[in-house]
Design a binder for this molecule. Structure first.
Ligand SMILES: [Zn+2]
Ligand SMILES: [Zn+2]
Length: 264
């Protein structure tokens, strides 16, 4: 069994980790930004840990021409800002409208070529992996260095902020308070090229999809609300290995989004 580090926290006091509770737990409101209508939580403390801030738009005077094809802007060639990166393009280079759930836009928004490719992949994450995570998987969970383990169902909360673990006992792990996430793989040792992809993953924090080995467990380090003591949680796939393995693979993808959101 091998562990690979896939997420390291920077422990900066980010927007999402403030502990204020609201009487309206998951209420949402519509807000209008220059880029479009957004549906955001009433209370900023309930922002999804995957969410990204809207970018600053590059000021008009700083872009005389398209930042992709260099075409000069005039009264025929109009400027358009990409909603994801805030850069300035001509209509041809920024015409695709793609859903951008991480910025909470209600409708698909205009994006440049590079950004629309990234957003398209994220739409897949929201459509598939996020549902897998909220659906949950069964794991044998060991807390800390305890010898005792317990069969628990682990699932992502509807607001994406917590992992809920339910068995005889119940506990919660707040995603923004996870400092490291390691995936345990099953079977044969990883091939050499797998090791390489995982090593580069360590540097860039990028989550690899490659590797021949199947995810069979996860080791988490996190801090409880109001506590600075690091906690450890070890989860190993329960009876339904297939569901547990897809849950772990989805968590792997989630870790990448989580890291980007923290790093912004
Ligand atoms: Zn252009
Ligand atoms: Zn862009």
């Amino acid at each position: 069994h091998t562990y690979f580090l896939v997420l390291r926290s920077k422990w900066k006091s980010n927007k999402a980790s403030c502990g204020k509770m609201s009487s309206v737990p998951d209420g949402k409101k519509l807000v209008r930004s220059p880029s479009g209508l957004r549906m955001v939580p009433e209370n900023g403390a309930f922002n999804s840990p995957f969410s990204l801030c809207e970018p600053q738009w590059v000021p008009d005077k700083e872009c005389p021409s398209c930042m992709q094809c260099n075409k000069k802007f005039d009264f025929l060639t109009r400027k358009h800002h990409c909603r994801r990166c805030g850069r300035c393009f001509c209509d041809k280079c920024c015409s695709t409208k793609v859903a951008l759930p991480r910025m909470c836009f209600v409708d698909p928004v205009r994006q440049c070529g590079e950004c629309s490719r990234i957003s398209q992949k994220e739409v897949e994450f929201y459509d598939k992996q996020l549902k897998v995570l909220m659906g949950g998987g069964t794991f044998i969970v060991t807390s800390g260095t305890s010898e005792k383990s317990e069969t628990m169902i682990c699932r992502l909360s509807n607001n994406h902020r917590y992992l809920f673990l339910d068995g005889e006992s119940h506990f919660e792990v707040e995603l923004t308070r996870i400092s490291s996430m390691q995936v345990l793989t099953d079977g044969s040792a990883p091939e050499e090229n797998d090791i390489q992809s995982y090593t580069s993953l360590l540097d860039s924090q990028y989550i690899s999809e490659g590797g021949n080995s199947r995810a069979s467990g996860m080791l988490l380090h996190y801090k409880r609300m109001g506590s600075l003591d690091p906690q450890q949680l070890r989860m190993e796939a329960g009876d339904d290995k297939k569901t547990a393995s897809s849950w772990l693979a989805a968590m792997h993808k989630a870790a990448k989004l989580l890291y980007e959101a923290r790093d912004q």
